[in-house]
Design a binder for this molecule. Structure first.
Ligand code: HEC
Length: 197
């Protein structure tokens, strides 16, 4: 009991110290000060410099996300359909994120037969059913952001841009199981017909 009281006292001390760090004495930029000969607390800007908030610490109060990133994120969140060019780089990123976050349930192929499901978790629908093949990109994006039925949301772990990358990858998975023959290059069709036999 005594120990608990001591711990409380110590913790209270910590909180006090933290407040002191927030409120410590500091100068506002160019406030009067004896620090430099010209009586200012900061150095004048070099001639020709342009004042502009940018880089890793601009734009947010927490200082953890840059202004440019905030704009990118808002754009990705507002997009109603795939906002990026689907190229190899985007697909690779989508594959990478898919393998981390989705594959354990949805399986490498997307047929809903992941290891977690084999251990007893309810099976998701296959991505290769007509309804999901025809579903708009934005539906897949929303499922990642907010979850769906018993599926947990991934919005707190998967950045908006990465959600779109995953959507692109799911589209590639769907195509891999349902491509019209005439979309295959002519010289590869014969091999395909051979494999199908
Ligand atoms: C823990 C297992 C699990 C993980 C991980 C998971 N899902 Fe699901 N997902 C499910 C289940 C179960 C359903 C079916 C939910 C229902 O209908 O109640 C589902 C449904 C879906 C659907 C179909 C929605 C519809 O319209 O029927 C999509 C698309 C989907 N998930 C995408 C994803 C993506 C993308 C990821 C990775 C970011 C992911 N899921 C991660 C279990 C999971």
């Amino acid at each position: 009991m005594r120990r608990a009281a001591l711990l409380l006292l110590l913790l209270a001390g910590c909180e006090g110290a933290r407040q002191d760090m927030y409120d410590q004495p500091r100068y506002k930029t160019y406030a009067a000060s004896k620090l430099f000969e010209d009586g200012s607390s900061a150095r004048p800007l070099p001639e020709g410099s342009v004042v502009h908030a940018q880089g890793a610490f601009a734009g947010t109060s927490s200082g953890q996300v840059g202004e440019a990133e905030v704009v990118q994120r808002q754009k990705a969140e507002a997009a109603q359909q795939m906002p990026y060019t689907v190229d190899m780089q985007l697909l690779k990123r989508g594959q990478d994120r898919y393998q981390i976050y989705c594959l354990p349930c949805h399986s490498p192929l997307g047929d809903g037969d992941g290891l977690v499901v084999r251990r007893g978790f309810p099976a998701p629908p296959s991505y290769h059913i007509d309804r999901l093949r025809e579903a708009p990109d934005r539906h897949l994006y929303d499922v990642i952001s907010h979850g769906y039925g018993i599926m947990y949301p991934y919005g707190d772990r998967v950045e908006p841009a990465d959600r779109w990358a995953i959507v692109a990858y799911i589209r590639a998975l769907q195509l891999s199981q349902h491509a019209p023959l005439d979309s295959v290059p002519a010289d590869a069709r014969a091999a395909l017909a051979g494999a199908a036999r």
